[in-house]
Design a protein around this ligand. Structure first.
Ligand code: HEM
Length: 134
């Protein structure tokens, strides 16, 4: 146990991102799992790849057992300043092209598609007419 309840920022925790020094952020708490890397049943690589961010979702997605959760106390070193975690909770939908928003330009395009051939035809006939009579 080394938990002194210190509050860390995400960038502080992010410095501990290697096999010799590995900290994780799970559910608002900071864990130093350096000694656990070799023993983790899921392997050290997943733990290393979960550094430098909020690993709560990664941890929960695995569905860790209650005994796994009980082990975590051992590695607890403090809490994360949640303000420093970029929040992805707000879902911003990708920008949709807005169809049907403003039909004016669409209408003009349709109108031109109709008129331009007629104009060309008219000009052609006009030229023909005038060249003939000349
Ligand atoms: C202090 C943090 C962690 C502890 C104490 C821990 C502990 C354990 C334990 C005891 C198991 C065996 C299965 C079980 O009891 O549920 C396990 C499995 C596993 N863990 Fe973790 N874990 C931690 C963090 C993580 C994180 C952050 C990830 C993902 C990035 C992860 C990924 C996995 C995977 C993929 C398995 C499944 C291995 C398998 O079934 O082959 N663990 N973990």
């Amino acid at each position: 146990m080394g938990g002194d309840g210190k509050v860390y920022t995400l960038s502080e925790v992010s410095e501990h991102n290697n096999a010799k020094d590995c900290w994780l952020v799970i559910s608002g708490k900071v864990y130093n799992v350096t000694k656990f890397l070799e023993d983790h049943p899921g392997g050290d690589e997943v733990l290393l790849s979960a550094t430098g961010k909020d690993a709560t979702d990664d941890f929960e997605d695995v569905g860790h057992s209650s005994s796994a959760r009980a082990m975590m106390d051992e590695f607890y070193v403090g809490d994360i300043d949640t303000e420093t975690i970029p929040s992805n909770t707000k879902y911003t939908p990708p920008k949709q092209p807005h169809y049907n928003q403003d039909k004016t330009s669409e209408f003009i395009v349709k109108l031109l598609q109709f008129l331009v051939p007629l104009i060309i035809l008219g000009v052609a006939l006009g030229i023909r007419f005038y060249t003939k009579s000349a």
